[in-house]
Design a protein around this ligand. Structure first.
Ligand SMILES: *[C@@H]1O[C@H](CO)[C@@H](O)[C@H](O)[C@H]1NC(C)=O
Ligand SMILES: *[C@@H]1O[C@H](CO)[C@@H](O)[C@H](O)[C@H]1NC(C)=O
Length: 337
């Protein structure tokens, strides 16, 4: 038996990513007793058990036939140009998930026969991975960090990393570092930073980044509320200013009219108790020459200028206003005023 036809390639499982090319090896040796014509046949037992074994490619009578199986049309080829030399390997290009199954290489050269099975697995690389926060990232809150690939064959492995600052993951997260979801409890601002999630399977990997900003609870709602209140206050302030300006202008206009009326039509008031005079006087200090503040200043100045000890009532010119002759001094017994 050892001298008979045999396939030297060991049985194996081949794992490839969708879209790639799978090389299914099938090398064989002949013995001198194998004298018949060489026939090579590849069969596929699809993983879908409903389907029966299918011939996918055939070499017979020195010719290649590869148009048997619609699903693999144009995607299956012998890799060797000289099959008789002992290489019956095939390539399946642009792999699809439907290509998953058991491939059988059958070599016949009478009286020798041999066959080997190869399991082909097609996996989808992880891709379109999205990192996001499920919940509100506030101090004291519980929320979740999630890592979700859009596609990718199982089993998937996850790995979270902190990229910023100390690059140290919070210790309470460590048990979930290899899980698609990290459950954050009682968040603190120290959790803030940039994180990455890497998703891997046997044929590829993908990564996404996540920026976490743990803020005080009031901040988020507070910022929005604050902005609204700010706008409202500004509006109130603007309308107040507009209102005041208008009112002042109206008042000024009114006063001018009143002033005008007094000057033109009303005779000058005779006494200080005149209502019109006191009205104007109280509003326009420039007009109120007899206002209490002016009087006070006047008397104060007078008092300060007169040294009380030297004060002597001037006997002469009683008709003159005393205010102008308040300052007196003595020289050689003569009083000069
Ligand atoms: C078969 O596929 C492998 C990659 O899996 C490639 O390196 C090789 O060149 C291919 N052979 C042919 C004949 O297309
Ligand atoms: C949350 O953490 C703070 C300190 O960071 C601690 O004082 C508080 O007790 C914690 N609350 C809970 C419910 O664990």
């Amino acid at each position: 038996f050892t001298r008979s036809l045999s396939i030297t390639t060991p049985e194996q499982t081949i794992e490839k990513a969708k879209g790639e090319t799978a090389y299914l090896p099938c090398k064989f040796t002949l013995s001198p007793e194998d004298q018949g014509p060489l026939d090579i046949e590849w069969l596929l037992s699809p993983s879908d058990n409903q389907k029966v074994d299918q011939v996918i490619i055939l070499y017979s009578g020195d010719k290649i036939y590869d148009n048997y199986y619609q699903d693999l049309k144009g995607r299956v080829h012998f890799t060797s140009s000289d099959l008789k030399s002992g290489d019956a390997s095939i390539n399946v290009t642009n792999l699809q998930l439907s290509d998953i199954g058991t491939y059988q290489c059958k070599v016949k050269k009478a009286p020798g026969v041999a066959n080997k099975k190869f399991l082909l697995t097609v996996l989808v690389k992880p891709s379109g991975t999205r990192c996001f926060i499920d919940g509100s990232e506030e101090i004291g809150n519980d929320f979740k960090l999630k890592c979700e690939p859009k596609e990718g064959s199982l089993p998937l492995r996850y790995e979270w990393q902190k990229l910023s600052d100390s690059q140290k993951m919070p210790t309470s997260w460590l048990p979930e570092m290899t899980s698609p979801v990290i459950s954050v409890k009682n968040a603190t601002s120290e959790y803030s930073g940039t994180y990455s999630c890497t998703v891997k399977n046997r044929v590829g990997s993908d990564q996404c980044l996540l920026r976490l900003d743990v803020v005080p609870p009031s901040n988020r709602a507070g910022t929005i509320a604050g902005a609204i209140i700010g706008i409202l206050l500004a509006l109130v302030l603007i309308s107040l200013i507009v209102f005041c300006c208008r009112k002042k202008r109206r008042e000024e206009k009114y006063e001018k009219e009143v002033h005008h009326d007094i000057r033109e039509d009303v005779p000058p008031p005779k006494s200080r108790t005149s209502t019109a005079r006191s009205y104007i006087g109280s509003n326009h200090s420039s007009l109120g020459s007899m206002s209490p503040s002016n009087m006070e200043g006047y008397s104060k100045t007078q008092y300060n200028q007169v040294p009380s000890e030297d004060f002597e009532r001037a006997p002469q010119s009683p008709t003159l206003p005393p205010a102008k002759f308040k300052y007196t001094y003595k020289t050689d017994g003569i009083t000069v005023v």
